[in-house]
Design a protein around this ligand. Structure first.
Ligand SMILES: [Zn+2]
Ligand SMILES: [Zn+2]
Length: 245
């Protein structure tokens, strides 16, 4: 161990005494050079990505793979051309997403951005897009929370992919009820009219868009947002989410 490494380790352990840091995944105390998540949660976050459906990004059994789509989305028509997901929305990953959203641990976005950028690069999806667009929060909700987690994620992913991020291409037209409290059919209805073209929608015209959100469950939100981008002139929309429910 070199003197710099030793000094850094000493500094970290001394700072931990005064400012205990907690893992975003399990809230255990972070020790030494652990950053944002503990060693055990990092193993989960960095595990190999599952085989995923190219259309909806849900996990598929490689043996049962039929063409590009899975059984879940075989009969569904999506506005988006394809979808990429990095992680399963459960365990420490779910805790990290919730810590960012409700615990104001916005720095956790970096953990998700690393994995999402990896997943995008692994599928070479970066070669199929021109700009990155986040799915926006309603301005009121953003005001209450102080930041927009999907926007931060989109900015962090765009930086890693070296693509421009267009933040105001979409706008929430009205505050939707919390998706988690609704059933699937209600979710679709709930988001159907919730997006409109934003001030910078002209920047997606003729472009291939990577539409970024933190989590995708039913896909209804991504569907509604993608439809608005296509109506605004986007050539293609591909969805990218950190975690797939
Ligand atoms: Zn942990
Ligand atoms: Zn599918």
């Amino acid at each position: 161990m070199g003197p710099i490494v030793r000094l850094r380790a000493w500094l970290c352990s001394t700072l931990d005494l005064f400012f205990p840091r907690h893992c975003l995944g399990c809230e255990s105390d972070l020790v030494g050079t652990e950053s944002l998540v503990c060693g055990r949660c990092r193993v989960v976050v960095e595990q190999r990505n599952a085989q995923r459906c190219a259309r909806c990004a849900s996990e598929i059994d490689a043996a049962r793979r039929t063409r590009a789509s899975c059984r879940t989305c075989r009969d569904v028509v999506f506005a988006f051309r394809g979808a990429v997901a990095a992680l399963r929305y459960r365990g420490p990953v779910r805790s990290i997403v919730l810590a960012i959203k409700f615990g104001r641990r916005a720095e956790g976005v970096e953990v998700l951005a690393d994995r999402l950028a990896d997943a995008i690069l692994a599928r070479r999806t970066d070669r199929r897009i021109d700009v990155v667009v986040p799915i926006p929060l309603h301005p009121l909700r953003r005001l209450v929370r102080g930041f927009d987690q999907a926007e931060r994620l989109a900015v962090a992913v765009a930086r890693r992919l070296q693509k421009p991020c267009v933040r105001l291409a979409l706008r929430r037209a009205r505050a939707t009820r919390r998706q988690a409290t609704l059933r699937r059919a209600e979710r679709v209805r709930n988001v159907r009219t919730s997006f409109v073209a934003g001030w910078l929608a002209f920047r997606v015209r003729g472009r291939r868009v990577l539409l970024v959100d933190d989590v995708m469950t039913s896909g209804a939100t991504a569907q509604a947002a993608a439809a608005v981008l296509l109506a605004a002139g986007a050539r293609v929309v591909i969805v990218a989410v950190a975690a797939r429910g």
